[in-house]
Design a protein around this ligand. Structure first.
Ligand code: AMP
Length: 213
């Protein structure tokens, strides 16, 4: 699943994963968990994340290698937030074959509006939005009842850096994958398109391409 920060990768990937009964691998979630638990790895990477920069390729590749090992032999998986550089894509080629790229196109004003009101559950990582995807009770996760917080890297100055990094390092991957996988392009031009509508469009495209029944 490709797209700039705030495109909705995590939300759509988790909905698709449960609909298709496949695993979701979110490098961002794994990285945030390491930082939260203050592990050796977490300490090494926290500064990159808080500044909106990418964590070094060798570290992220190793995370993905371990995660794909854990689920090998199952139905498959959806990657959310990986690869983000050509090096990471090349490493992935040696791990698994990718069937489809789902590319989310989102205008910058939608990204800014989304990220400034995004909130995350401090326990399970579920994603909410205080304007467009509200929890049932303000400030509290529907799934596990814990508090919601705003990500350090959702502050406007860090968002600007993340957008720059996306343009410079991640967008070039689209041409890298042109001949290697099926392409599904989803335009999300407005903040208030319900996630269900986007999921229906993605599932329809996957069916058209004979990737699912
Ligand atoms: P995300 O939740 O996908 O927006 O990721 C949050 C942050 O984690 C990013 O801004 C990066 O600092 C780091 N990160 C997540 N995935 C990767 C990746 N594939 N390569 C490098 N850094 C990553």
């Amino acid at each position: 699943m490709f797209g700039p920060p705030g495109a909705g990768k995590g939300t759509y990937a988790s909905m698709l994963a449960s609909r298709l009964r496949i695993a979701q691998i979110s490098t961002g979630d794994i990285i945030r968990e390491e930082i939260k638990r203050n592990t050796d790895l977490g300490k090494k990477i926290v500064d990159f994340v808080n500044k909106g920069e990418l964590v070094p390729d060798d570290i992220v590749v190793e995370i993905v290698r371990e995660e794909t090992n854990k689920i090998s032999g199952k139905n498959g998986f959806i990657l959310d937030g990986y690869p983000r550089t050509i090096e990471q894509a090349k490493a992935l080629d040696c791990i698994e074959k990718i069937d489809a790229i789902i590319q989310l196109g989102v205008p910058e004003q939608v990204i800014i509006a989304r990220l400034s009101s995004r909130r995350i559950c401090m326990k399970c990582g579920a994603v909410y939005n205080i304007r467009y995807l509200k929890p049932r009770k303000e400030g509290v996760c529907d799934a596990c009842g814990r508090d919601l917080y705003q990500r350090e890297d959702d502050r406007p100055e860090v968002v600007r850096e993340r957008l720059k990094v996306y343009e410079a390092q991640t967008r070039p991957l689209i041409s890298y994958y042109r001949d290697k996988a099926e392409f599904i392009n989803i335009e999300c031009n407005s903040v208030d398109i319900p996630p269900e509508t986007i999921i229906r469009r993605i599932l329809h495209e996957l069916q058209e391409k004979d990737l699912i029944e």
